[in-house]
Design a protein around this ligand. Structure first.
Ligand SMILES: Nc1nc2c(c(=O)[nH]1)N=C([C@H](O)[C@H](O)COP(=O)(O)OP(=O)(O)OP(=O)(O)O)CN2
Length: 198
């Protein structure tokens, strides 16, 4: 069974080397919508694949980091990168270009790491990230599956190569969030008291 939760953020970028002229050499923004699809073959004690409420913890925090930020490819022109950092407190350096395709892959890698480190407390069984859909506009989206996220032919994405500005990190409920994610620190879900014996 699949469940899906939708997240939203506003973000600015340039996508170098693309065919669309407006896209490749003018900073522009999008109101992104990100669909996170989780898969399981059994249900938790609440008879859910994974409580939507739990997805509003670390998963939401990581996606929200991209809100009101500028993203740039770390291979972009050094002066452009310097100016992005100078004029925007919220910036994110990426190891890949910020196309819809790469956003879908980036979020897959980030959320996959979160789920792998999450200590589930309510009987959740084999919850896996199925795919991530990144809507760049109302009419265009990309969907990344596991094979895409870790496909070196599409560019390698390591957590250490996604760099969040100090301002982005400071605005997290837990400013150590990304350090914890990189070091494999367990992310423990809240304990649950069962009202009905099973
Ligand atoms: N496959 C992709 N194609 C394009 C991407 C992308 O990420 N993946 N990105 C862009 C630009 O960022 C552009 O801003 C969006 O392009 P487009 O869909 O053409 O935008 P419109 O606002 O013109 O959309 P309409 O709904 O068709 O008006 C370009 N291509």
């Amino acid at each position: 069974m699949l469940i899906r939760k939708l997240f939203k953020f506003e973000n600015a970028h340039i996508v170098r080397n693309c065919s669309s002229d407006r896209c490749r050499r003018s900073i522009h923004g999008h109101s992104y919508k990100v669909e996170v699809l989780l898969e399981a073959h059994a249900l938790d004690h609440g008879q859910m694949v994974y409580d939507f409420g739990l997805m509003k913890g670390t998963i939401k925090d990581v996606i929200d980091a991209f809100d009101h930020a500028i993203c740039f490819w770390d291979k972009d022109d050094a002066e452009y990168i310097r100016l992005c950092k100078e004029f925007s407190a919220r910036w994110i350096a990426l190891p890949v270009s910020p196309s819809a395709e790469q956003f879908a892959r980036l979020f897959f890698v980030l959320i996959d790491a979160i789920l792998k480190q999450t200590v589930m407390k309510n009987g959740e069984a084999d919850v896996l990230l199925h795919s991530v859909i990144a809507h760049e506009t109302d009419t265009g989206y990309a969907q990344a599956f596991r094979d895409d996220a870790y496909n070196p032919r599409m560019g390698s994405i390591a957590l250490a190569d996604i760099v969040f500005s100090d301002q982005v990190r400071a605005e997290w409920g837990d400013p150590q969030l990304y350090d914890k994610l990189q070091s494999g620190t367990p992310l423990v879900n809240p304990d649950v008291t069962l009202q009905v014996k099973i």
